[in-house]
Design a protein around this ligand. Structure first.
Ligand code: ADP
Length: 621
C-alpha cells in the first residue's frame, strides 16, 4: 500500500471526509470505516487515528491503528493497539558504517557489541501511549522523547531490534522488516516491525510492536518498577538481605493447625527446627552494603542459608522465628555477627516479615553496624564515670572536717571505754563483768569507725558504676551521714519525710549518694549565712503521678536568681567565690545516666528546691 493514495483504500472516499476534518481539528479520531482489500473485498475496520505535528506545529502525518472486523465491542481497545516508536538512528551513523563494513570486519562478539551500541545510541523521537505504559514505568511519553532507545527497550530483544534496524535501513523499497519474538511473559507472541520513515527524513525509523497483554501494567510496568526498586535497594546505605522463608511459613501454619500456640515451648522441645531454619532458609539476594558489611567477594558469597548470620547469636534466630510465628510485622534487636573474615561486629538486626495474604513470601533482614557507636557510648560512660569520680574526690575534700569529726567520734569513745576498762582491771578486785561490757562497747565503736571509713572509701575509690536495685530512702539516709557534721555545727534544722513503700530504683549507690550529698552541700552553703532560726533544709522522697521515684530537697536560702535558673546545671557555672561550678553538672549527668531528670525551682515560700525523678525498677530487673 505504500505510496498509494488513501482514497484508494476506501470504497466510498466521501464517507471519510467527515472523519478527516474532525481529525484535522481535534488531532484524534476513532470510529468504524470501510476498507478495500487488495482483492477488492470490502471490510469493516475499527480504527483510531492520531495526527502528528512537526516542530513548527503543522500537521505532519497520521498514524492509524486498525483492527479488522465488525465487532460489537466498539473501538480498538487501547491494549490491543500496537506499541509504536519513532526513533532516530542518525547519531549512530558511525556504528552503522562499522556494522555495514565487509564481513571480515565486525564478527561475533564484536558485532554484538556494535549492535548493543546501536540501540544505545539510537534516540527516541516519539512513542505512543501504549509504549509509554508498557516500558516507560511511571514516566510519561514526553520524558521518553530524546532518550536512548536502550533505556526502555527490553534487554532480551535489543539484539533483534538492532538487526531489524540494520535490515530496514538496507531495504531499498522501504517495505519494512518484521520479526516475531517469543512470548516473554509480557506480550503474547509480539511482532516487531521496523520501517524507514521516508527518504525525506533520513535516519528516522518507525517501530511497532504488536502483541496482546492481559494487562499492560501488570507486566512491563511491574518489571520496570521492579528494576527501579532493585536499584534503590542495591544502593541503599543499609545492609539488606532478602530471605525466602516460605517453607518455614508453611511449617508454622501446619503447627498452628495442629494446635501449637506456645511456640517458645515448642522450640524448647524441638531445637532442631531452629537448626532447620539456619541450614535451609536461603538468602535470595543481598545489596552492596551487605557485602561491604559482611565481606566476601560478591553477592554469591552471601547467597546461602541464613545460618551464617547467626553463628555468634544463635538465640537471635530463635527469636526471629518466634516473631514470625506470633504474626509480628517486624522485629529488631542488638546482636553480634561474624564477618566472613572472622571479625565480630555489634549490629542492630531488624527483620521485616512478609505480609500475610501477599503472594511474594520474602522476608527482609537489615543489619546496621553499631560497633563504633557502642564503643563511643562505652567511652562516654567511662568518661562520665571518671569525671564524677574526680568530682567526688573534690567533694570529699570539702567535707574533710566532717569526715575527721565522723571518724573521731567513735575513736574518742573507744579511747574512753579502753581507759575505763583499764581502771576497772587495775582495781584490787577487777570487775570482769564491767570490763566485758566496756570491751563490747569498744568493739562496737571500732565497727562504727570501720563503717565510716568504708563509706568514705566507697566515695573515694574509683570503680565501675553498677546497676543494682536500690531503696531511695536508704540512699538518702546514708548521704545525710556525710554532711551530718556540717549540719550540726551550723545548727541547721533538717526535716526529713520518707515515703513508705517506695518502689526500688536501679542504679549505682555511690553515684546517687554523690548527687544527694552535692545538693545537700549546696543547701548548707545557701542557708549558712542566715540567722540561726531560719536555717532549714527539707528532704523528702515520694512517687510522682507517672510512677517515677522522686527526691526533693528544699532549703530556706535566698533561692536561685531567675536569670541563673537556665544555667546552674551548666559545667563551670558558679556564683560562689570559691566555687568550681561542676557539682550540679555532675549531678545532672549522673541522673541522666540513670534515666532520670533533675530540675531546680524557686518555690513560692522562698528558698531553692531541687527535684530528682528516677525511673522505678522494672519488675524483671
Ligand atoms: P558550685 O557549688 O561550685 O558553685 P554547683 O554546680 O553545685 O557549683 O552550683 C552552681 C550554682 O548553682 C551555684 O554557684 C549557685 O549559684 C547555684 N545554686 C546551687 N544550689 C543552690 C541553692 N541551694 N540555692 C541557691 N543557689 C544554688
Amino acid at each position: 500500500m505504500r505510496g498509494a493514495d488513501v482514497a484508494r483504500l476506501s470504497p466510498a472516499p466521501e464517507d471519510e471526509a467527515h472523519a478527516w476534518s474532525q481529525l484535522m481539528q481535534e488531532g484524534v479520531w476513532e470510529g468504524r470505516v470501510r476498507r478495500l482489500t487488495r482483492d477488492g473485498d470490502v471490510r469493516v475496520v475499527e480504527t483510531r487515528r492520531h495526527l502528528r505535528y512537526d516542530a513548527s506545529g503543522a500537521p505532519r502525518d497520521v498514524v492509524e491503528y486498525a483492527r479488522a472486523g465488525n465487532r460489537p465491542d466498539g473501538p480498538v481497545p487501547d491494549r490491543l493497539m500496537a506499541a509504536s516508536w519513532e526513533i532516530d538512528v542518525a547519531p549512530a551513523a558511525e556504528i552503522l558504517s562499522l556494522i555495514a563494513a565487509p564481513a571480515d570486519g565486525a564478527q561475533g562478539s564484536e558485532r554484538d557489541a556494535l549492535y548493543r551500541r546501536l540501540v544505545q545510541t539510537a534516540r527516541i523521537v516519539e512513542v505512543n501511549e501504549r509504549t509509554a505504559r508498557l516500558v516507560g514505568g511511571n514516566r510519561g511519553r514526553a520524558l521518553m522523547a530524546g532518550q536512548s532507545v536502550a533505556a526502555f527497550w527490553p534487554v532480551e530483544s535489543r539484539a533483534i531490534l538492532a538487526e531489524l534496524i540494520v535490515e530496514a535501513l538496507r531495504d531499498s523499497n522501504g517495505g519494512g522488516c518484521q520479526r516475531r519474538l517469543t512470548s516473554d511473559g509480557i506480550l503474547r507472541d509480539p511482532l516487531v516491525t521496523v520501517w524507514r520513515a521516508g527518504d525525506d527524513r533520513p535516519g528516522r525509523l518507525f517501530v511497532t510492536v504488536n502483541g496482546a497483554a492481559d494487562d499492560d501494567r501488570s507486566y512491563l510496568f511491574l518489571r520496570a518498577s521492579e528494576a527501579r526498586y532493585r536499584k534503590l535497594i542495591h544502593y541503599m546505605p543499609v545492609a539488606l538481605w532478602q530471605v525466602d522463608a516460605s517453607h518455614m511459613g508453611k511449617i508454622y501454619a501446619e503447627l498452628r493447625s495442629r494446635g501449637v500456640t506456645d511456640f517458645e515451648r515448642y522450640l524448647d522441645d524441638h531445637p532442631e527446627l531452629v537448626e532447620l531454619a539456619a541450614t535451609s532458609v536461603p538468602v535470595t539476594d543481598v545489596n552492596r552494603c551487605a557485602i561491604e558489611l559482611i565481606g566476601g567477594a560478591g553477592v554469591q558469597d552471601l547467597i546461602r542459608p541464613v545460618g551464617y548470620l547467626f553463628t555468634e547469636s544463635p538465640a537471635s534466630l530463635r527469636r526471629v522465628m518466634i516473631g514470625r510465628f506470633s504474626g509480628r510485622r517486624n522485629y529488631s534487636e542488638f546482636m553480634k555477627v561474624r564477618t566472613l573474615d572472622g571479625r565480630v561486629l555489634d549490629v542492630r538486626f531488624s527483620v521485616t516479615y512478609p505480609e500475610p495474604l501477599i503472594e511474594l513470601d520474602t522476608t527482609i533482614f537489615s543489619l546496621e553496624d553499631v560497633t563504633e557507636r557502642l564503643r563511643m557510648e562505652t567511652q562516654l560512660r567511662q568518661l562520665q564515670a571518671d569525671f564524677s569520680h574526680a568530682a567526688r574526690v573534690s567533694m570529699l575534700g570539702e567535707l574533710t572536717s566532717s569526715i575527721a569529726h565522723e571518724v573521731n567520734q567513735p575513736l574518742a569513745a573507744i579511747m574512753t571505754n579502753a581507759e575505763t576498762s583499764l581502771r576497772w582491771l587495775a582495781r584490787d578486785e577487777p570487775d570482769i563483768g564491767k570490763v566485758a561490757q566496756l570491751t563490747a562497747r569498744i568493739a562496737a565503736g571500732a565497727r562504727r569507725a570501720d563503717d565510716i571509713v568504708r563509706r568514705i572509701r566507697g566515695m573515694a575509690v574509683k570503680q565501675a558504676p553498677e546497676a543494682v536495685p536500690l531503696a531511695l530512702n536508704e540512699v538518702v539516709q546514708e548521704s545525710l551521714l556525710f554532711v551530718r557534721h556540717e549540719i550540726e555545727t551550723r545548727a541547721i534544722r533538717v526535716a526529713t519525710t520518707y515515703a513508705r513503700g517506695l518502689p526500688p530504683i536501679v542504679g549505682d549507690r555511690i553515684q546517687l549518694q554523690q548527687v544527694i550529698v552535692n545538693l545537700l552541700i549546696n543547701a548548707v552553703q545557701a542557708v549558712e549565712g542566715l540567722g540561726e532560726a531560719e536555717r532549714e533544709i527539707l528532704v523528702a522522697t515520694a512517687t510522682d503521678a507517672a510512677g517515677g521515684v522522686v527526691f526533693t530537697l528544699r532549703d530556706s536560702g535566698p533561692g536561685i536568681a531567675p536569670e541563673h535558673l537556665d544555667h546552674i546545671f551548666d559545667g563551670f557555672f558558679t556564683t560562689k567565690a570559691q566555687g568550681m561550678g561542676i557539682g550540679l553538672a555532675i549531678c545532672q549527668s549522673i541522673v541522666a545516666a540513670h534515666g532520670g531528670e533533675v530540675s531546680a525551682s524557686n518555690p513560692s515560700g522562698g528558698g531553692a528546691e531541687f527535684r530528682v525523678v528516677l525511673p522505678r525498677a522494672r519488675p524483671a530487673a
